[in-house]
Ligand binder design. Structure first.
Ligand code: SF4
Length: 344
C-alpha cells in the first residue's frame, strides 16, 4: 500500500483502542454486520481448535440477508462477541488484523476519499475518542502522509464542499454560544421550516423524553442510562432546571466539549449529506435532536452519577445510536418541531 496524504482532526493521531481497559467494548451489545465474502473467509480459514469453536458460534442470520449484511455477530450470555476473550479479540491475536471483518478492523475509524481528498475521522461512539475530545483537542484538520486505504469513495460538488466546511467553521466559532451556532446552521439549511419549528410552543423536555424512550427501545446501553432520566423528569419536569445548573457548574467547559463531539459526528457523517434517504432538512432536524438528547441525557445522568466516566459513557451510548443507525432519517419521520430541542 502506498502512502497518501490524509486530512484528519487533530485528536485522530492520538487515538488508540483501550482494548481490555475499555468499560464498554465495541464488541458487546452491538449488532455488527459482516459481508458474505468475510463470512466465507472466516468459515474456511485454518486455525486452532479454540478459535474454530469460537468462530462457529459467532454468527447469526439477519432477517433480510444481503451480500453486505450476510450475518450478524451474535452475543454470548454476557452480551459480548463470542470471539472476544477478556476484552481482546482471539481472531486478531491468532490470525492478524487482515482477517477481521471490515467493521471490526476499522471501528471507530472512518476512512473516506471525498472528491479526491482522503479524510479520516473516528466515531464519537467510542469512549477513547470521547476522552480525547474531552481533554482539549480543537477540531482543526491537520494532514500527514499515511499508509491507509479509503473504505468509501464519493464526490461532492464544490458548492457542497464549501457548505460542509462553512458549517464546521460556524460550530467552532467561540464568539457565539453552541445553540447560536446550531441555530445559524439550521437557518442556512432551511430557514423557513426551521423558524416555523422553532416557534412551536411544545415542551422540548417532553419531546426529548419521548424520543429517548423510543430510541432506547432497541438499544440496551442507551436504555440503561436513559430510563432513570426519563423516570425522573416524567415525574417532575421542574427538576431539570436544577439539574441543568448543577451540570453546568460541574462542567464549565461543557459547551466546548459538546461542540467538539457534535463537530466530530458531523465530520464522521459528512453532515449535512448524511444518508441517501435523508435530505438536508432531515439533517437539520437530526442535528437539533442530537443536541437536545445530549443535553437531557447528560444533565439527567449527572444527577445519578457525577463521575466524568459516566458522562463519557452516556455520550458513547447516545452516539452508538446517532453514528451507527439511520438516526437522521428516523428522526425526521417521527419528530415534529425538532428545532425546539435547541431550547433545552
Ligand atoms: S469502544 Fe473504542 S476503546 Fe473500546 S474497545 Fe472499541 S475501539 Fe477500543
Amino acid at each position: 500500500m502506498k502512502k497518501e496524504k490524509w486530512y484528519f482532526p487533530e485528536y485522530y493521531r492520538h487515538f488508540s483502542c483501550k482494548a481490555d481497559k475499555c468499560r464498554h467494548t465495541c464488541c458487546s451489545s452491538w449488532r455488527i454486520p459482516i459481508s458474505k465474502a468475510e463470512y466465507q473467509t472466516l468459515m474456511n480459514m485454518e486455525c486452532s481448535d479454540d478459535l474454530y469453536r469460537r468462530v462457529q458460534r459467532a454468527f447469526e442470520e439477519p432477517d433480510f440477508i444481503t451480500d453486505d449484511c450476510y450475518r450478524y455477530i451474535s452475543f454470548n450470555w454476557l452480551g459480548q462477541c463470542p470471539v472476544q476473550e477478556k476484552g481482546l479479540c482471539a481472531l486478531h491475536r491468532e490470525k492478524g488484523e487482515h482477517y477481521l471483518p471490515k467493521v471490526c478492523r476499522l471501528y471507530p475509524r472512518s476512512l473516506k476519499k471525498i472528491s479526491g481528498h482522503n479524510i479520516a475521522s473516528c466515531s464519537s461512539s467510542c469512549e477513547a475518542v470521547l476522552e480525547l475530545l474531552y481533554e482539549h483537542y480543537r477540531m482543526n484538520f491537520i494532514s500527514e502522509c499515511l499508509e491507509l486505504e479509503p473504505e468509501l469513495q464519493y464526490d461532492v460538488s464544490e458548492e457542497d464542499a464549501v457548505q460542509i466546511k462553512h458549517f464546521q467553521d460556524l460550530l467552532k466559532d467561540r464568539s457565539t454560544t453552541l445553540t447560536e451556532s446550531l441555530y445559524q446552521i439550521c437557518s442556512v439549511i432551511n430557514e423557513h421550516e426551521f423558524l416555523k419549528d422553532y416557534a412551536s410552543d411544545e415542551d422540548p423536555l417532553s419531546q426529548a423524553l419521548q424520543l429517548l424512550r423510543r430510541f432506547s427501545h432497541s438499544n440496551q446501553r442507551l436504555r440503561d442510562i436513559a430510563l432513570p432520566v426519563i423516570e425522573r423528569y416524567s415525574l417532575n419536569g421542574e427538576s431539570y432546571i436544577k439539574d441543568k445548573e448543577a451540570f453546568e457548574t460541574a462542567y464549565p467547559g461543557w459547551m466546548e466539549f459538546f461542540e467538539r463531539v457534535i463537530n466530530n459526528s458531523m465530520i464522521y457523517e459528512n453532515f449535512p449529506f448524511v444518508d441517501k434517504r435523508a435530505d438536508k432538512t432531515d439533517s437539520y432536524r437530526g442535528l437539533c435532536v442530537c443536541y437536545g438528547l445530549m443535553r437531557v441525557l447528560c444533565i439527567g445522568n449527572h444527577f445519578f452519577n457525577r463521575e466524568k466516566d459516566s458522562l463519557i459513557d452516556a455520550l458513547a451510548a447516545l452516539f452508538h445510536l446517532i453514528d451507527h443507525t439511520a438516526f437522521y432519517y428516523n428522526v425526521s419521520a417521527i419528530t415534529d418541531n425538532a428545532a425546539i430541542m435547541l431550547k433545552l
